[in-house]
Design a protein around this ligand. Sequence first.
Ligand code: ADP
Ligand code: MG
Length: 321
Amino acid sequence: MATQIDNTPAISIRDMVKRYAAPDGGEGKLALNGVSFDVPQGGIFGLLGPNGAGKSTIINILAGLVNKTSGSAEIWGFDIDSQRRNAKRAIGIVPQEIVFDPFFTPFEVLENQAGFYGVAKHLRRSEALLEAVRLADKRDAYARTLSGGMKRRLLIAKAMVHSPPILVLDEPTAGVDVELRKQLWDLVTELNNDGVTVVLTTHYLEEAEELCDRIAIINHGTCIANKPTRELVDMAREKIVAVTVGKDLSDAPAHEAFTKVVMSGQRGVEVTYDKDKLTAGQVLGILHEQGLVVEDVTTREADLEDVFLQLTKAANAEEAA
Ligand code: ADP
Ligand code: MG
């Protein structure tokens, strides 16, 4: 199945609109407002956006769980409407919610799913998948006795039974502890190294920055950026200088060239500035001119969070206009 398909994107979404019906027959919620983006083959692609942005709606439309209002999508070159069967075979989806029949064992969960996809007995790889997600020793335990982390790993194995070239994980690490998050990241990276194109949604900027080589930002049901992670982070124009000054301040220092000034305690000042207009040295010069003795300095490079805030602020302003 995982045969390469030239330069075709792994997933291609065009002008996708979703309006959920209102229970009272009213307007309904416009969850997707014309989303378009491509996921290239072979990488780890992050769909990043705040809660309610529309990420799960996109995933659920790809999974065939939600009907779109309009627009189109192709998975591995197959149209999700006219080539539904092939599109479905090309993708494995790990849903946001954990749902299992508690009375099946991990081995049975995988065998049932393989049966559902019509994977012939001799082509099944339930044992190997359990091994891959480190659940071989839980092969015959009841699913209900598994920890939350084990259940998530089992869901990943379940999504891979038909050997799809694309694995999609919806908020894989929401509400999981640091150690398990690390485990899941390793697992995702391993699968990707084996050639699986991975798409994951997250509202954790740190996760996207760490794990994904490319990121699309979803905000209010539209895609406002889709770039290699490096480029996206480099878009941050703002930098921050944090200083400790030699005397207690009653007011934060102000200057027209500063984008933002935040006090931390009586002597701590954090100045945000546009790196295209000022240097850190100039920021310190301005503070000095204002009679402040700087006793300690740290600078912080802009990160994905800064870019995210800049982009969403700009998009929201445009929407309001
Ligand atoms: P995300 O996954 O980015 O947090 P969702 O796709 O779950 O966002 O939701 C997008 C918007 O659509 C939200 O405003 C949410 O409340 C709404 N929504 C999601 N599912 C439904 C539904 N079944 N019926 C009505 N509204 C929904
Ligand atoms: Mg979601």
